[in-house]
Design a protein around this ligand. Sequence first.
Ligand code: NAD
Length: 496
Amino acid sequence: MKLTNFIDGKWQDVGRTEYTPVFNPANGEQLAEVKLSTMEDVNIAVEAAVKAQKKWALVPAPKRADYLYEIGRIMKEKKEHLAQVLTKEMGKVIEEGRGEVQEGIDMALYMAGEGRRLFGETTPSELADKFAMSVRAPIGVVGLITPWNFPVAIATWKSFPAIVAGNAFIWKPATETPMMAYEMAKIFEEAGLPPGVANVVFGSGSQVGTAMIEHPEVKVISFTGSTETGSKVAELGGRHLKKVSLEMGGKNAVIVMEDADLSLAVEGILWSAFGTAGQRCTACSRVIVHKDVREDLEKMLLEQMEKLTIGDGLDETVKIGPVINKNALEKIHSYTKIGQEEGATLLTGGTILNEAELAKGNYYAPTLFTNVTPNMRIAQEEIFGPVVSLIEVNSLEEAIKVNNGVKFGLSSSIYSRDINKVFHAQRDLDTGIVYVNAGTTGAEIHLPFGGTKGTGNGHRDSGVAALDVYTEWKSIYIDYSGKLQRAQIDTQVIGG
Ligand code: NAD
């Protein structure tokens, strides 16, 4: 299977025709080949998008929304197929694959609803016989750059608000997961989106990503990926005066207080640390635990971790799938060595799994470190794998300080039955998302998604907040007085 670009409503393969293989991380099987596009492909896509967007912006928003309802309907119809492709290509277990597709469906329906809102404001003018309002205006062509760990959901967080707001988009998916983008392009085609509104250009970040950022007609870049790449995107985007929305890495923590329901905390930690094999931006990679319950929590975690089944995510009984590729495996393993050298105690895991069938894929044993101190590299850097560090603290204040003492600020969680502790924590935890008595993952699509510090640059995916990325505020003043009225000057001050 050869995956070519979807541009202007057609499957196109122009210019250089170099392809790269796509592998199933569960067993190394080659699934497809994907085009490595160049600047030439980007230029063709942008030209088509510019043309299409001019007409698209004039389609009434509720009509634009009808396409999203249709996209959502088709995604629902194909849910199982999409989830299967997702699991084969990315590795997450099938139950999570279904969940991710559902997130896309939810986003389609939610953003379709925005077609009948897209609220602006009306406000009184300071002058007589003058009307004032602000409306959301589309921006034009937007560039979307997405990572491999949520190959469908994140694309829907970006493309659906872009569409409903009247923009056209060029989407560059990660080279590791082009099949999901191919599936989505087929859905855009089936839904009858006007040609050029949705374009998918495959290829590397350095080639296609750079070409998109540098193209003068691409007005917005919405990026999700690592903080390292995001900084480069921001730098280049800044030079070209682009509006750049960045969603980047995390080093998320679950805080377990002495009054917590420990069984509930263990469940939440396991789900948020080892789901998607720890490759979520919101993955729990630190557990900050009160000294009074540290030993109990350790024991309970170890007991439950033994029960985690590892293997191909298509097997419904498997709880943890592979990591994306061999490089990721090596990176994760290097952190095990770093943790040991730093003096942390490895309680379990810390190995690449090579027995029998697992040898064909990229599997890492769920790993738990204890005696971790807040400044160790394993407690500071994003590992992006199934590795958790336990950090002991003496108080809530110390727990919050440890939580906030990293360069990222995406998600945090606290387990406590004390309402006062909970309210202090939700106020003082310096992250874009806070969970109480739940793990660090589980965002719902109608709330803003994003983080502080090294996780983001102030924008948000999801919720109404996402519309701010894809619209420009336009303020409109209508003077029906028939004379020149000067703001701030010709105003009458009562009693003045
Ligand atoms: P990555 O930064 O390596 O790549 C992300 C995307 O950027 C890919 O499409 C890649 O091809 C592209 N890219 C690479 N170099 C580029 C360049 N110079 N210019 C433009 N684009 C370029 O990230 P990844 O490994 O695909 O994903 C994992 C990372 O994403 C983790 O750090 C994770 O925390 C983060 N992430 C963040 C969120 C969030 O919402 N905050 C969500 C999911 C993943």
